[in-house]
Design a protein around this ligand. Structure first.
Ligand SMILES: [Zn+2]
Length: 142
């Protein structure tokens, strides 16, 4: 999963690099055409100027695409914020309470961590067996 993600990011970066080169080439060609149109012995000044400007604009557009691709590749490599929140909650749960000994107040069924949610420091229990939903207030340990 993680390897596939990295490979995808590398492919995106390689694609971005290709677009970057293509954009640079178009820009240089466009600049050459514009320079040629300004030289005194230009055969068709108007046509060359139009071509040069067109190529410059195309080069800029291609560069924009390269920038977007690069940004997407960069975003793929960043960890997602919602994953961090999940990890944080799990750490809090295992640190504060022994889930193995957690039983439903109403029907005494063993609860797994899918039945427990953490909200503002309190444990919210929703029992999958009897449907009870209540809050567990923990005693401070200090
Ligand atoms: Zn229950």
């Amino acid at each position: 999963m993680k390897q596939a993600k990295t490979a995808g990011s590398i492919a995106l970066l390689a694609g971005g690099l290709v677009f970057l080169c293509a954009g640079g080439l178009l820009g240089v060609l466009g600049a050459l055409y514009i320079l040629a149109a300004h030289s005194e012995d230009a055969a068709r000044p108007g046509t060359d100027l139009g071509k040069g400007i067109g190529m410059l604009v195309a080069g800029l557009v291609v560069w924009t695409v390269a920038a977007v691709i690069g940004f997407l590749a960069w975003r793929r490599m960043q960890p997602k914020p919602e994953q961090k929140v999940t990890i944080h909650q799990e750490v809090e749960l295992t640190g504060d309470i022994d889930l193995a000994s957690l039983k439903c107040e109403k029907c005494a069924a063993n609860l797994d961590k899918d039945a427990v949610a953490v909200k503002e420091g309190a444990l919210l229990i929703s029992c999958p067996y009897c449907g009870a939903a209540y809050q567990v207030v923990e005693e401070p340990k200090w």
